[in-house]
Design a protein around this ligand. Structure first.
Ligand SMILES: Cc1ncc(COP(=O)(O)O)c(C=O)c1O
Length: 401
């Protein structure tokens, strides 16, 4: 289905101006986008559940000796309607900040469907009384500060381990700020067990750095050896997110690696009951569009620049053929019949393929999209944040956005 959402074949010049039959999924997106724009204007997100459910089904059915549970990485796409749908599917939501926690608590999730990750939680988590909460500690200081709460409220806890393949996406020389080092993790697990904390899970997340072959297996081996050193037998292993998008050439290898890693985890950690995943991009990308209005247009020798009311500034990144790790939006495809509303898919994979479309519009010019604000990689949106609209997309195409 995702394929259909980003067609890479276009009508020839001769066909321009004639009626062109888009694949059904594309037509459905266009209908949804129009309906959303009529309702809330731009910028707005339009999100469809069915493509995400299909991505989740792929994860649920990965070859695995253990059940797989996918948590919603709320920060990836913080739409309440999406969190509600996710909870209704029986899965849980993972939050990394107080703001996210409060937003998700408004949906009254069972505590079993809530997982708290993220850095520096000791700066805010004490403010909330949530018995039996699931929490992954990210640092030694966090544990020191939150241990009394963990004991008193019988939190089910774990630690995030920084695994060998974790690197900063932009500065690979740096390992990044997340998780505990091996030595810290072993000491922390001893401390938690000695204090009588309910240690149930171990967590790693490969991060935003480009996927490296075998990274999941290496991570599982690393975490398993931490468990062995600490004498811990976890019930759950959270393998985080980091799967490349379905369009990414590395996706197949990563999925295979993840399957092998899960099998390895079952072997090395025989107490495991479930594998947890928290894939953001892989799950959200096929079901998400950011809709913006083009406010201004500048024809320049190097590019055609489109100034939009939302999205990221200057989409040079999206034009890099395989820069799939860097989120970005591309606004190069104008929905037929509209001149103001442009479809912007969140994936730069998709954007890369859409770049061929510029040949159709004005060869050899490439269009770049900017917002009114100025930023590089940040979510530089002008004025209003995008609003959300979401409705279930049934297989029969019962869109209601
Ligand atoms: C803890 C955690 N889980 C899951 C995700 C989702 O990651 P991805 O979109 O790479 O799957 C992130 C994103 O950085 C994260 O920090």
């Amino acid at each position: 289905m995702e394929q259909d959402l980003c067609p890479n074949t276009l009508p020839s010049r001769a066909a321009r101006g004639k009626r062109f039959a888009f694949p059904a999924a594309v037509t459905e997106w266009m209908v949804r986008v129009r309906r959303a724009v009529e309702r809330v204007g731009t910028p707005c997100y339009v999100t469809a559940w069915a493509p995400m459910a299909a991505a989740l089904a792929r994860l649920d059915t990965l070859p695995s000796p253990l059940p797989i549970r996918s948590w919603f990485s709320f920060k990836t796409h913080p739409l309440l309607a999406l969190a509600r749908q996710w909870l209704a599917s029986g899965r849980g939501v993972e939050v990394v900040s107080e703001r996210e926690l409060l937003a998700v608590l408004a949906l009254n999730p069972p505590v079993d469907q809530l997982l708290v990750n993220g850095v520096a939680k000791h700066s805010w988590l004490q403010r909330h009384r949530l018995p039996r909460l699931r929490v992954h500690f990210d640092s030694v200081n966090e544990i020191d500060a939150l241990l009394p709460n963990a004991l008193e409220e019988r939190w089910r806890v774990g630690v995030r381990v920084q695994v060998p393949d974790e690197k900063d996406a932009r500065e690979p020389a740096f390992r990044g700020q997340f998780g505990l080092s091996r030595r810290e993790a072993v000491a922390a697990l001893f401390e938690l067990a000695d204090a009588g904390a309910d240690v149930q899970s171990l967590h790693f997340h490969l991060g935003q750095h480009q996927y490296q072959t075998g990274a999941y297996e290496r991570a599982v081996d690393y975490v398993a050896s931490v468990c062995a050193d600490a004498g811990v037998v976890p019930l759950y292993l959270d393998c985080g997110g980091a799967l490349p998008s379905a369009h990414d050439a590395r996706n197949g290898a990563a999925m295979d690696d993840l399957s092998r890693a899960i099998a390895r985890a079952a072997e090395r950690l025989p107490g495991l009951r479930e594998i947890w995943l928290e894939n953001g991009r892989f799950v959200c990308e096929p079901g998400t569009a950011l809709v913006v209005t083009v406010l201004d247009l500048k024809e320049r020798p190097d590019s055609r620049y489109l100034i939009c009311d939302g999205g990221r500034t200057n989409q040079a990144l999206a034009s890099r053929a395989t820069s799939s790790r860097v989120p970005g939006s591309s606004n190069r495809w104008v929905a037929p019949g509209t001149i103001r509303s442009w479809f912007s898919h969140r994936s730069s994979d998709c954007a890369a393929r859409l770049s061929s479309i510029t040949v159709w519009s004005r060869p050899p010019t490439m269009s770049r999209v900017g917002a009114r604000t100025c930023a590089s990689l940040g979510p530089a949106r002008s004025g209003r944040p995008p609003r959300e609209t979401m409705a279930a997309t049934g297989a029969a195409g019962s869109a209601a956005a």
